[in-house]
Design a protein around this ligand. Structure first.
Ligand code: NAD
Length: 375
């Protein structure tokens, strides 16, 4: 299939900047998309980080000042992966430069910033989406279609979450994600919340009110330079909400944890209905659990294999992983930008990103007041 090149610039070449670069570099795996990302430029404050991009021959512009990247007329789309306190300024600069934007979550450091970014997106007319890759797992897609099918009876409960254990080790040096000034007051809500909110919001199941329990991690961590630094972010968040599905109030629980013993990068969703249900967790990346009720009741386990939304050279029996769903997410972004997504699942929209921040703001107020709070 012939493919149209889309020239990409990355601002922030850290963990996620490099992950995206490697997804583009392996684009030969994609067999049914009409677009091809070509990494053309990268901007990062750290020259050593820029050095990594030597391994990408097409990435000929490597700069420490991102304004130089934005001034490059060749670049069509800019992906931004920087600390949360820089989102608003850099996203708005990308839009002002006339580029399309693939923004990292949480789409601004807090709700007011998210709303200002969304207003700038609207005023610019540019194509903008927010990163949230986990629903692109085949199991995430099946959970979504099962939940949306209307065939699982009256929905009784929805649980959606993201757990990891990166903060269990008290000797691990702090980075910007452990400080309110750079991660935002939302802490783990900002860090993991978009992942937990994406499918419920896409299903139209936004919570109308929430009660939240937030927990902090270790108050001090090594600073990596022989000293220590105060860490003030929330590490775990349980958000208990009510949503309305089919005219009924339904409990919706969102779980975001950086202190979850045993978990590495586990995204999960469970939707239980009177006649059916579905469970998927990236802890078992090709396994889907479907509930059926007849004379007896069954939880049926299916090995989905590599049944991704966009087809690839990878054999159908193989397991999907994080780099694969990153690539699927980019395929969805670029195909939607080209007007060729059709009825396939698209990336999180600016409206969904703002809606997730509305949930985070209500959750913080609930924790502060000890009351349930309208979203
Ligand atoms: N979608 C996901 O699964 C996922 C996973 C991790 C992080 N993230 C998000 O990605 C973003 C970045 O996180 P990360 O883990 O890659 O962080 P990181 O610290 O690994 O990388 C951030 C990079 O930004 C660079 N930077 C800082 N200020 C800059 C500036 N003014 N100009 C250019 N570069 C600058 C830093 O030098 C660093 O290399 C955050 O929004 C985070 O929430 C998303």
């Amino acid at each position: 299939m012939s493919q149209t090149n889309v020239k990409i610039g990355i601002i922030g070449g850290g963990l996620m900047g490099r992950e995206m670069a490697s997804a583009f570099a392996r684009w030969c795996a994609m067999t049914d998309v009409t677009v091809r990302p070509v990494l053309t430029a990268v901007a990062d404050l750290n020259p050593a980080t820029l050095g990594w991009f030597d391994c990408i021959p097409s990435c000929t512009q490597r700069v420490t000042d991102y304004h130089e990247l934005l001034a490059n007329p060749e670049i069509d789309v800019v992906y931004v992966a920087v600390p949360h306190n820089l989102h608003e300024k850099i996203y708005c600069d990308v839009l002002a430069a006339g580029k399309d934007l693939f923004a990292e979550k949480p789409f601004g450091i807090d709700l007011p910033a998210a709303r200002r970014i969304a207003a700038a997106v609207k005023a610019s007319g540019r194509f903008v989406r927010c990163s949230s890759e986990m629903p692109f797992f085949p199991g995430g897609q099946r959970a979504f279609s099962t939940a949306a099918s209307g065939k699982i009876g009256r929905i009784l409960e929805v649980v959606s979450g993201f757990h990891h254990s990166s903060d269990l080790d008290a000797t691990k040096p702090a980075n910007w994600k452990r400080l309110n000034a750079t991660c935002g007051e939302g802490g783990v809500l900002n860090d993991l919340g978009m992942h937990a909110c994406h499918l419920p919001l896409r299903l139209g199941w936004s919570p109308s009110r929430v009660f939240a329990q937030l927990q902090r991690g270790y108050p001090q961590r090594p600073d990596g330079k022989g000293g220590s630094v105060a860490c003030d972010t929330w590490d775990n968040a349980l958000v208990h909400g009510w949503t309305t599905i089919g005219g009924e109030e339904v409990p919706l629980r969102l779980e975001m944890k950086r202190l979850m013993p045993g978990a590495t990068n586990t995204w999960f969703i469970e939707v239980l209905g009177t006649d059916g249900g579905v469970r998927f967790s990236t802890a078992e990346p090709k396994t889907l659990w479907l509930f059926e009720r007849g004379k007896e009741q069954w939880w049926k386990r299916t090995d989905l294999g590599f049944s991704t939304q966009f087809k690839t050279v990878t054999g159908g029996i193989f397991e999907p992983g994080f780099p694969d769903v990153i690539q699927q997410m980019w395929a969805a972004y670029l195909m939607e930008r080209a007007g060729e997504l059709g009825d396939r699942f698209g990336c999180a929209t600016p409206e969904e990103a703002v809606a997730s921040h509305e949930v985070f703001a209500a959750a913080m107020e609930s924790h502060r007041t000890g009351a349930s709070v309208a979203v």
